[in-house]
Write a protein that binds this ligand. Structure first.
Ligand code: PMM
Length: 294
C-alpha cells in the first residue's frame, strides 16, 4: 500500500457551493445548454461571480437510461474546459467514473475528482486518484446499478444506515488504494437507485453520515424527489411536477438545511438562490451579519 499525501486542502470553514456545469447534450435539467466552449466558460465565470466556490464539470449524463459516451468523447468535452478554468484560478471538480478521464483532468489542473460510482465503475480509478493526491468524492450508488437511477432494492431497511455501511466499505477500499484520509468526501447519492422517500430519509438522517467523520456533499439540485414534492404541495402545479428550473427554491431550502446539518458542500445548478440561503444560515447561526465587522 502506498500512502499518498494531500495536494489541496479542502476548505471546511463553511458550507461550500459547487456550481454544476454539465457539458452534455442530455443531462436532465441543463442538457445541451453548455455544449459550446464559450457558453460553458461564460457560465462557469458567471457562477463564480454569483458565489460558487467550485465548478463541477461533467462530460457524461447520469440520468436514467442515458447512453454512456466513449472515453474519447468525454475527454474532449472535459479536459479543455478544466485547463481554461484552472488557468483562470477557478477551483474545478470533475464528475467522472473513468480513471483515464480523472488522470487527464488531474494533469489539466482539476482540484477534485467526483465519482458517482464511488470507485466501483473503473478498477483503476482509486490508484489514479491516490497518485494525483486529489480530494475524491465517493458517492453512493448501489453496486452494479450504474446507469439505473430508478427504484431501490433496499426495501424496509433504514436507508441511511445501509448507505453509511456501504460508504464505509468504499472508504476502506479508497484508503487501501492509497488515497489519503484527508482527501475523502462522501455523498449519499440522492436519486441514484433510491426511492423518493429514501431520498428524504437520507436527508433527515444526514447526521448519521456525518458520523463517519468525512466531509459530506449533498447533491439534491432540481432532482425528481423535489419535483414530486412540489407537485403534491403547490396547488399551481396541479399534480404535475414543475419543470427542473422551477425547483430552485426547494433546492435552496435543502442547501440551507444541509448547511445547518454540517454538510461540507452543496452541488447546485442555480448558484444565486443557494448562496442567498447559505448567507441566511450563517447570519442566523451567528446572530449577526457575518460579513460585517462592527
Ligand atoms: N448528481 C448528478 C451528477 N453528479 N455528483 C455527486 N457527487 N452527487 C450527485 O448527487 C450528483 C453528481 C446528477 O445530476 P445532474 O445531471 O443535474 O448533474
Amino acid at each position: 500500500m502506498t500512502t499518498s499525501t494531500t495536494r489541496i486542502q479542502l476548505d471546511t470553514s463553511q458550507c461550500q457551493v459547487m456550481g454544476i456545469l454539465n457539458i452534455t447534450p442530455d443531462s436532465f435539467s441543463d442538457g445541451g445548454r453548455w455544449n459550446n466552449m464559450d457558453a460553458a466558460l461564460q457560465h462557469a465565470h458567471d457562477m463564480v461571480a454569483q458565489g460558487a466556490d467550485i465548478i463541477d464539470i461533467g462530460g457524461e449524463s447520469t440520468r436514467p437510461g442515458a447512453q454512456r459516451v466513449t472515453a474519447e468523447e468525454e475527454l474532449q468535452r472535459v479536459v479543455p474546459i478544466v485547463k481554461e478554468l484552472h488557468a483562470a484560478g477557478i477551483s474545478v471538480s470533475v464528475d467522472t467514473m473513468r480513471a483515464n478521464v480523472a488522470a487527464a483532468a488531474a494533469a489539466a489542473g482539476a482540484d477534485l475528482i467526483n465519482d458517482v460510482s464511488g470507485g466501483q465503475a473503473d478498477p483503476d480509478m482509486r490508484k489514479v486518484v491516490a497518485d494525483a493526491e486529489l480530494p475524491y468524492c465517493i458517492m453512493h450508488w448501489e453496486t452494479n446499478r450504474f446507469g439505473d437511477a430508478a427504484g431501490a432494492t433496499y426495501q424496509g431497511d433504514n436507508i441511511a444506515k445501509v448507505v453509511r455501511f456501504e460508504l464505509a466499505n468504499l472508504v476502506d477500499d479508497a484508503l487501501t488504494a492509497g488515497i489519503h484520509e484527508d482527501n475523502i468526501v462522501l455523498d449519499p447519492g440522492l436519486g441514484f437507485a433510491k426511492t423518493r422517500d429514501q431520498d428524504w430519509e437520507l436527508l433527515r438522517d444526514l447526521p448519521l453520515l456525518n458520523q463517519l467523520g468525512y466531509p459530506v456533499l449533498v447533491g439534491a439540485s432540481r432532482k425528481r424527489f423535489l419535483g414530486e414534492l412540489l407537485a403534491d404541495a403547490v396547488p399551481a402545479h396541479q399534480d404535475e411536477p414543475p419543470a427542473p428550473t422551477m425547483r430552485d427554491s426547494a433546492t435552496a431550502a435543502i442547501s440551507l438545511l444541509s448547511a445547518l446539518n454540517d454538510a461540507w458542500c452543496v452541488r447546485v445548478h442555480d448558484v444565486p438562490s443557494t448562496v442567498s440561503a447559505l448567507a441566511v444560515a450563517r447570519a442566523w447561526t451567528l446572530g449577526r451579519n457575518p460579513y460585517r465587522q462592527e
